[in-house]
Design a binder for this molecule. Structure first.
Ligand SMILES: NC(=O)c1ccc[n+]([C@@H]2O[C@H](COP(=O)([O-])OP(=O)(O)OC[C@H]3O[C@@H](n4cnc5c(N)ncnc54)[C@H](OP(=O)(O)O)[C@@H]3O)[C@@H](O)[C@H]2O)c1
Length: 358
């Protein structure tokens, strides 16, 4: 098994893979492109089948859901933990008090459901761990701590953590660009890259699900030249360079930049392009991006028309389905169906309380 993967991360804030998991060094032999590195295969034979305290076997799958102390991420974590296939679900949150409360709450509901059964063999461990995806130090701390607690194998990473300036926020467009791209695009890419060695050890069923948005549709871009940068990127660095070219232009020209009138949309456009690219560069892992719809969460100040649990459903399904006829790596999904973000645009998401238009 080989993962032909892009070059070493060049953006300065990308964490270098931390010690304990840095066992997949770039090979000296490069792939067909001089800008790519290849990684040797990962031996999955050492993966232990976990045995519960009463000696019964339990499924040993592990999932991490970022930004899961509230909103859509909370429900994704809950749905995955309730599914019965995972031994551990980690709520990776930047506020540990909120993360612990959320983990306890999910664990309590699982306990209630399991009360009539042999809970020892069935119940999933739900645990909070500290992670701020916009902080490289936090990522560098998170990964070795994850390995120390749970081993070096990961089955599912759901990149749900994200932010959007409110429509009423007086911060100028150009000043919103960098924090939005830093969190939604760069943070997503950085934590994914840091955990990629663990995902590769997860074997062919391992998945990355990126919670994106239809706001990241290519139609937000002002020209075909700009669209091409997202449809034909050579490697991750190319997408990242495009994202920060947009940021630099936006900081100088505001909405008159040559890319788009939306910071949030740009950040999600980058995430969608990254997802499609990684499905080509690293086919050993399943990759998908999705839109949850306009959900009733803190991001939308409670104005979303969908319950957060309904918005979470497609991400949970993408993380867990073994229906190969319905799941295609690299795709963009909404309501469990593949499609282009352009389809069925939801103007409510674009113009409402979130400052997705800026
Ligand atoms: N709601 C919608 O209508 C909608 C539509 C399309 C896409 N989405 C996407 O869905 C995802 C979840 O959004 P939501 O509506 O559930 O929003 P939310 O309720 O505001 O939740 C966002 C979560 O992300 C966390 N987060 C933000 N920045 C982070 C960082 N740097 N590091 C770690 N965690 C961070 C937040 O942590 P704190 O609690 O500490 O702030 C929170 O847990 C986002 O990616 C969003 O862009 C939402």
């Amino acid at each position: 098994m080989r993962c032909i993967y892009g070059p070493r991360r060049s953006f300065p804030f990308s964490p270098s893979p931390p010690g304990p998991i840095d066992v997949i060094p770039p090979s000296s032999s490069s792939s067909s492109s001089s800008s790519s590195s290849s990684y040797p295969s990962i031996d999955q034979s050492s993966r232990a089948t976990k045995v519960s305290s009463n000696g019964g076997r339990m499924k040993d799958k592990i999932a991490i859901v970022t930004g899961s102390n509230q909103g859509i991420g909370y429900h994704i974590a809950h749905q995955i933990a309730s599914g019965g296939d995972f031994a551990v679900v980690i709520l990776a949150c930047r506020r540990m008090d909120a993360g612990r409360n959320a983990a306890d709450e999910i664990a309590r509901t699982l306990k209630n459901v399991d009360d009539d059964d042999d809970a020892t063999t069935k119940r999933c461990i739900v645990e909070a761990m500290e992670l701020d995806i916009s902080n490289p130090t936090s990522i560098n701390d998170f990964v070795p701590e994850f390995v120390r607690r749970h081993g070096d194998t990961l089955d599912v990473l759901v990149n749900n953590a994200g932010m959007a300036f409110k429509g009423s926020d007086p911060t100028p467009f150009g000043e919103q660009s960098r924090p939005t791209v830093d969190t939604n695009y760069r943070g997503t890419v950085s934590i994914t890259e840091a955990l990629l060695p663990c995902l590769l050890r997860g074997g062919p069923g391992s998945r990355v699900v990126n919670v994106a948005s239809r706001s990241g549709a290519l139609r937000i871009l002002k020209s075909n030249d700009r669209r091409r940068l997202f449809t034909h990127p050579e490697n991750v660095e190319a997408i990242t360079a495009t994202m920060y070219d947009f940021v630099r232009e936006a900081e100088i020209l505001g909405e008159n930049n040559s890319y788009a009138n939306t910071n949030y949309g740009m950040s999600k456009c980058g995430v969608i392009a990254y997802t499609a690219l990684m499905s080509r560069l690293c086919p050993e892992v399943g990759w998908s991006a999705m839109c949850p719809g306009y959900c009733n969460t803190s991001m939308t100040s409670g104005r979303g028309t969908r319950p957060a649990a309904a918005g979470a459903d497609t991400a949970s399904w993408l993380a867990t389905t073994d229906d190969v006829s319905a799941y295609k790596s690299g795709g963009f999904y909404a309501d469990r169906a593949p499609g282009k973000p352009e389809r069925r645009p939801q103007p409510a998401i674009v113009a409402n309380e979130i400052n997705i238009s800026s």
